[in-house]
Design a protein around this ligand. Structure first.
Ligand SMILES: NC(=O)c1ccc[n+]([C@@H]2O[C@H](COP(=O)([O-])OP(=O)(O)OC[C@H]3O[C@@H](n4cnc5c(N)ncnc54)[C@H](OP(=O)(O)O)[C@@H]3O)[C@@H](O)[C@H]2O)c1
Length: 340
């Protein structure tokens, strides 16, 4: 006996990837419903070798469904996730709405699987921000060995992190650079994204940082350890899929780069590709469609007492969103619901 699963936002970037991953990982599904807005009623989406028709979230009854994987924005989540949770369906949410609620667990299964039992508080589990998810997978095993004091991270985030409209804007603007008659003004992004980089993701906060940067700080503390200090600069780059991060880590204890490489080689969810030669590292184009978080360029930072630098790349639609949500569903099944 398997699960009755709902995918909410099934026509979007993350929702489609959730369906792919549920099928790829042979998640024990007895029945699956795919939901989106009324605009998409009847739109067909793929699930393995099946084609499913989307239903309207607004009129869907969640009673009797085991879990709902939400991949709609915060506004729609606010309207519908509490209804699903109240109907007894466990919500695994990709938006930022519930991540900072102390009663709601924020989970990366490689880092804090024990938090799963707190799902009972509100019948809701939160999935972290894409840039946090891939970073903490690398930080946690290093923190367990040498205790991290401080992290300085700069991100290079792909346009798919801004949904399907973000991908369309890069595509259309890139074509328009070659054919200026069809100039495309910035809409989803604040400035031209084609052949450019933009140091601004999400809204500005009072202290001059952006909310995306703030999310990396707060979520790392909630998932790994509240004592870790994080400072982030988040940048949008003209890459379709795959986020990259340059991460500088300061530890309490000395950690040799070779030992760090060995620890990361053994760490769940991590793949180390680190040859000190041309091409001996991973770039976002190569990580697309993969489950792993790739770590390259591991090296000592001799400018601080116990410092390391590394390069971290992952498919933001997978580890950064859909894969992590499906891993949470697997964890929930294994530890709590125990069907399948
Ligand atoms: N992309 C990433 O890397 C990433 C990473 C982590 C978290 N997330 C989060 O995941 C969520 C989805 O992101 P995405 O990139 O998949 O966005 P997207 O490609 O723009 O897709 C949005 C989905 O939400 C549906 N939707 C929007 N408003 C709705 C409403 N009022 N009622 C029902 N359905 C509605 C859309 O349905 P229609 O097609 O009918 O409009 C579509 O299926 C967001 O909360 C985002 O912040 C994204």
């Amino acid at each position: 006996m398997g699960y009755r699963v709902v995918v909410v936002g099934a026509t979007g970037n993350v929702g489609r990837e959730m369906l792919n991953i549920l099928a790829e990982r042979q998640f024990p599904v007895d029945e699956i419903a795919v939901l989106a807005s009324r605009r998409s009623l009847g739109t067909e989406v793929s699930f393995g070798d099946k084609t499913l028709k989307t239903q309207d979230l607004d009129t869907f009854d969640f009673t009797g469904w085991d879990m709902a994987l939400f991949a709609v924005g915060s506004a729609a989540t606010k309207d519908y996730a509490p209804k699903a949770a109240a109907a007894g369906c466990v919500v695994i949410d990709n938006s930022s709405l519930y991540r900072y609620d102390p009663e709601i667990p924020l989970i990366v299964p490689e880092c804090n699987p024990q938090a799963i039992h707190d799902y009972k508080n509100k019948n809701i589990i939160a999935n972290p921000n894409c840039s946090t998810a891939q970073m903490v997978v690398a930080l946690k095993p290093l923190h367990d060995r040498a205790k991290i004091k401080r992290v300085v991270v700069s991100t290079y985030q792909s346009v798919s992190g801004a949904g399907k409209e973000g991908m369309d804007e890069l595509w259309d603007q890139t074509k328009a650079v070659y054919n200026p008659i069809n100039e495309v003004a910035p809409k989803k992004f604040q400035k031209q994204i084609a052949f450019n980089v933009i140091p601004h993701i999400d809204v500005f906060m009072e202290d001059g940082s952006t909310k995306e940067e703030w999310k990396m700080v707060v979520e790392t503390k909630k998932i790994v350890d509240p004592s870790i200090k994080v400072t982030a600069t988040c940048v949008r780059v003209p890459v379709f899929v795959g986020h990259s991060e340059s991460v500088n880590i300061e530890f309490e204890e000395f950690l040799d780069e070779d030992e760090a490489r060995d620890i990361l080689r053994e760490a769940p969810g991590v793949m180390v590709i680190d040859k000190r030669e041309a091409g001996g590292y991973v770039t976002p184009v190569e990580c697309v469609g993969d489950f792993a978080t790739f770590i390259s360029r591991i090296r000592q930072d001799s400018t601080v007492e116990n410092g390391l630098n590394l390069w971290c790349v992952a498919d933001n639609l997978r580890k950064g969103a859909a894969l992590n949500a499906v891993q949470i569903a697997e964890l929930l099944g294994r530890e709590v619901l125990k069907k399948g």
